[in-house]
Unconditional design. Structure first.
Length: 289
C-alpha cells in the first residue's frame, strides 16, 4: 500500500504511513490562474493499493475536486485498489428534502464518491437520520470512532469529571465515554431560537459542586450551545469547564469566544487547529490494515 497525503490530509498522512510501515507520498496540488485545480500523483501506483488521506475543510469544494481527480488518475495509472480515508467528511448535513427543489447533498455525494473508490473510511461522520455509511455509499465503507482516544484523554488529564452531552444527538458520544470512564453523564436540553441563539438546561438534577464539567461532542461549530450551558452550570458550583470534540470546525471565531468564556477546548486533529491535541493517525492506520 502507498499512502498519499492530499492537501488537507498531509498533517497526518506521514504518521499513518509510518505506523503501517509503508511508503508515503504527497499529492501535488495547485491552482491555475482561473481557479481550476491541478493535481499530480508523485509516485508510481501501478499494481498497488492506494490510500488517499484527506480532510474536507476550508475550501471544501476544492478538496472534493482534488480527491476525485486523484482517484480517477490513480485508477488510470493502474492502481489495484483506491481507498479514501477521510478524517472529516462533508455534506452529511442535508439528508432529506425539507423544502421543494432542495438538493439532498448526502445522496449526491454518496453516489459520486462510490463511483471512484473501492473503499471509503470516515472518522465519526456527522449523521442525523442515517444510521450507517452503508446507506450512503454503495462501495465498501467503514466508520471509525475517536471515542477511545477521547476517553483516554479524559482519564489521563481530568479528575472528578462530569460528562455532558450538548444535545441528544451528541449524547451517544458522551454516554459511551462516561460509561467507559465510570462517571456520571447528563444531557443538555436546548431550545433553539436561531442558528446562533439557544437556551439550554440539564435534563436532570445532578450534584455539580466541585465537578470538572466536560462537554463531549462530535463537532464544535459555533460553540453557542456550550457557552450558554457553561453560564447556567457555573452557577451550580462547577469547578472547571472543558469542551472536547472530534472535529473542530470553529466558525464565527468560536474558539476565541469559548476561551473567553473560561472553557478549555480540546479536539482531535481530524481538522488541524490550535487545540487539536488528540492524534487520530493511529486510528486511521488501524482502519487501513
Amino acid at each position: 500500500m502507498i499512502i498519499i497525503g492530499c492537501s488537507k490530509g498531509k498533517h497526518i498522512s506521514a504518521k499513518i504511513a509510518q505506523k503501517l510501515k509503508t511508503r508515503h507520498s504527497e499529492l501535488k496540488v495547485r491552482n491555475f490562474p482561473d481557479g481550476e485545480i491541478y493535481a499530480r500523483i508523485m509516485s508510481p501506483v501501478k499494481g498497488k493499493e492506494v490510500a488517499l488521506i484527506q480532510s474536507f475543510y476550508g475550501n471544501i469544494s476544492d478538496c472534493i475536486i482534488e480527491v476525485l481527480l486523484a482517484a480517477a488518475t490513480a485508477r488510470e495509472l493502474g492502481a489495484k485498489k483506491v481507498v479514501l480515508a477521510a478524517s472529516y467528511f462533508p455534506y452529511f448535513r442535508q439528508d432529506s428534502r425539507f423544502n421543494p427543489g432542495e438538493a439532498v447533498s448526502i445522496k449526491v455525494m454518496g453516489k459520486l464518491f462510490s463511483r471512484h473508490f473501492d473503499e471509503i473510511i470516515v472518522i465519526d461522520p456527522h449523521l442525523h437520520r442515517q444510521s450507517s455509511l452503508s446507506g450512503i455509499f454503495s462501495t465498501n465503507s467503514k466508520k471509525l470512532t475517536a471515542n477511545p482516544l477521547i476517553r483516554d484523554y479524559i482519564k489521563k488529564n481530568i479528575r472528578n469529571p462530569l460528562i455532558v452531552g450538548p444535545d441528544w444527538e451528541s449524547y451517544k458520544w458522551a454516554r459511551k465515554v462516561a460509561e467507559e470512564i465510570g462517571c456520571k453523564s447528563v444531557i443538555l436540553e436546548k431550545k433553539r431560537f436561531s442558528g446562533r441563539k439557544v437556551k439550554v438546561t440539564l435534563n436532570e438534577k445532578v450534584d455539580i459542586s466541585g465537578k470538572n464539567v466536560v462537554f463531549v461532542d462530535d463537532i464544535i461549530s459555533t460553540g453557542h450551545t456550550i457557552i450558554e450551558a457553561a453560564k447556567n452550570i457555573r452557577k451550580l458550583g462547577a469547578k472547571s469547564f472543558t469542551c472536547i470534540a472530534v472535529h473542530g470546525v470553529f466558525v464565527d471565531n468560536a474558539l476565541e469566544r469559548l476561551r473567553k468564556s473560561n472553557i478549555k477546548v480540546i479536539t482531535t486533529n481530524t481538522i488541524p487547529n490550535k487545540v487539536s491535541k488528540i492524534d487520530v493517525s493511529g486510528l486511521v492506520a488501524e482502519g487501513l490494515r
